[in-house]
Write a new protein. Structure first.
Length: 110
């Protein structure tokens, strides 16, 4: 199952910063589990898409790795681009974490 999430991310973008951010974010959000359900049954899939905040998204869509990755891609692209290149060079894990926080907007930082 984790393979399907990882593969969806690798297929969605060639940008190494976005890839690293999405891989880290989905691991932290769901341990790469496409069937993950959280927030008392309101967040779904590998990126834990919170349905009340995304009323056009269904649980089935959020749990589909390819669909969820495409849906979250622009948020992760913005998050990765917002991190200074110097941070990507000096501390890529921190840059990826900050990009994931920007993309996911979790209630509490990772």
């Amino acid at each position: 199952m984790a393979d399907s999430v990882v593969q969806a991310i690798l297929d969605a973008t060639k940008d190494p910063h976005v890839r690293e951010s999405m891989l880290l974010g989905s691991r932290l959000e769901s341990s790469w589990n496409p069937g993950a359900v959280g927030d008392n049954g309101t967040s779904f899939g590998p990126f834990q898409i919170h349905l009340p905040a995304h009323p056009g998204v269904t649980a089935a869509q959020a749990q589909n790795p390819a669909w969820a990755t495409r849906y979250m891609l622009s948020a992760y692209q913005r998050g990765a681009a917002a991190q200074p290149e110097s941070l990507w060079r000096s501390n890529p894990e921190q840059a990826a974490e900050q990009a994931a926080v920007a993309a996911e907007a979790p209630a509490q930082s990772y």
